[in-house]
Design a protein around this ligand. Structure first.
Ligand code: ZN
Length: 164
């Protein structure tokens, strides 16, 4: 049973999820800059003042190591922390797929809750349009960084996704 006397819980984040977000905000995972990264990209969310610098090492088409440093609101920083945990060891293709699903979740679409795991804690962000950019900043940074990093092996395929 929850007793929330005296507090005004945010209706769209339940307590478990709120705790998880704050835990990642206060103790961010993989919070450093990697040496000699294959991908190194910094992006900003000027609306909120969030900043994320992402570094990653890519081996055999997969994310061997990934880390971030940054500053900003709890949503942006906890999202980045959870992302680094979720992404390590994934293939580039798989990483893009997860980023796609995360973005869909934040935009309010139904997603596979089992597959999302702890990332579900950020689903409540979908109720706050102004916070969507906070939540997706790290993921957007990762996708852009991977786009530049996947060429370490000679890939001859042309990417149809040439959005700018
Ligand atoms: Zn923010």
């Amino acid at each position: 049973m929850n007793s929330l006397a005296g507090s005004q819980p945010d209706p769209y984040f339940d307590d478990l999820y709120r705790d998880l977000i704050l835990d990642h905000y206060r103790l961010p995972r993989n919070n450093r800059v990697l040496d000699a990264p294959d991908a190194d990209l910094t992006q900003f969310n000027p609306v909120c003042g969030d900043e994320i610098r992402l570094t990653a090492r890519i081996r055999n088409g997969a994310i061997e190591e990934i880390a971030f440093v940054g500053q900003g609101c709890s949503i942006s920083q906890s999202s980045a922390s959870m992302m680094t945990e979720a992404m390590r060891g994934r293939s580039i293709e798989d990483a893009h797929a997860l980023a796609h699903n995360f973005r869909a979740m934040i935009l309010g679409e139904d997603v596979d809750e089992m597959a999302m795991g702890d990332l579900m804690s950020l689903q409540g962000t979908s109720r706050y349009p102004t916070r969507v950019k906070c939540a997706v900043l790290a993921w957007d940074t990762l996708q852009k960084a991977l786009g530049g990093a996947s060429g370490r092996e000679d890939v001859g395929s042309s990417d149809p996704d040439s959005a700018g």
